[in-house]
Design a protein around this ligand. Structure first.
Ligand code: GLP
Length: 256
């Protein structure tokens, strides 16, 4: 794993933006996996400001709530259109977000997996992390080999996301999410985490044992996982000095 610690979320986001911009310039028909939540908001703003060419790019979002109308302001469809898609020149037909209102959820999930395969797989998957270590909506105890499917949110995640819905009871109980196996097939995984409430989950992800108790820890098995952190999110890492040293001494050919 490459651990990139920056003084601020702004600086860490800048690096993530450069990584994505480089991919889009080198591979204009790249397939990007996208994430929601407050963490990538700054990144989406930056990517929009960079005026990159998305005309040949394809995107797949990680997850969606079930039972929320697409037009609901907290649906991930609304989130993505509001915060990224309406600001870039992506073709609507190249955008994929799981349909949380599908009549047949397992069939929709199988079709989603097939669409990812048919697109040639995901080149770069953007990830946030839940305070319990979830990626996408793969809560602790998720199978590390799981595929896109329905999941039930934990009380903790519903509380964390209550700020968007007014109260935890208003947060949908069920979601559809790419599985951990799906995420692990992306050629690169790029995780962003900011703030002290992510510090324990990040310490477990980077330095803890690989365990379904902290689903993000599976990234230790990924051949190309980058983790961009601000100082508070990095504050429980035992080897933080080493990660800074590595980053500061990267060979030129490895920098973005
Ligand atoms: C939700 C999303 C995740 C996201 C997480 C953290 O649960 N499904 O993809 O990483 O929230 O959200 P935030 O970035 O708001 O802390």
């Amino acid at each position: 794993m490459e651990i990139i610690i920056q003084p601020t979320a702004e600086a860490a986001t800048e690096i993530a933006a450069r990584i994505i911009a480089k991919l889009l310039r080198e591979k204009p028909d790249a397939v990007l996996g996208l994430a929601t939540g407050s963490t990538p908001l700054r990144l989406y703003q930056k990517l929009a400001d960079m005026k990159l060419d998305w005309s040949r790019a394809t995107t797949f979002n990680l997850d969606e709530y079930t039972g929320l109308p697409r037009e609901h302001p907290q649906s991930y469809h609304s989130f993505m259109w509001e915060n990224l898609f309406r600001h870039i020149n992506i073709r609507p037909e190249n955008i994929h977000i799981p349909d949380g209102n599908a009549a047949d959820i397992p069939a929709m999930c199988a079709d989603y997996e097939k669409a990812i395969r048919d697109a040639g797989g995901i080149d770069l998957q953007l990830l946030g992390i839940g305070s319990d270590g979830h990626i996408g909506f793969n809560e602790p105890s998720s199978s590390l080999a799981s595929r896109t499917r329905i999941k039930t949110l934990t009380g903790r995640t519903r509380s964390d996301n209550a700020r968007f819905f007014g109260s935890p009871e208003n947060v949908p109980l069920h979601v559809v999410t790419m599985g951990i196996g799906t995420i692990m097939e992306a050629r690169t995984n790029l995780m962003l985490a900011f703030g002290e409430n992510k510090a324990a989950a990040i310490a477990g992800t980077v330095e803890g044992p690989v365990t379904a108790d902290n689903p993000a820890s599976v990234l230790q098995f990924h051949p190309s996982a980058k983790v961009c952190l601000d100082e508070p999110a990095a504050s429980q890492l035992k080897r933080a000095d080493y990660y800074r040293w590595v980053y500061d001494n990267k060979p030129d050919w490895q920098s973005w």
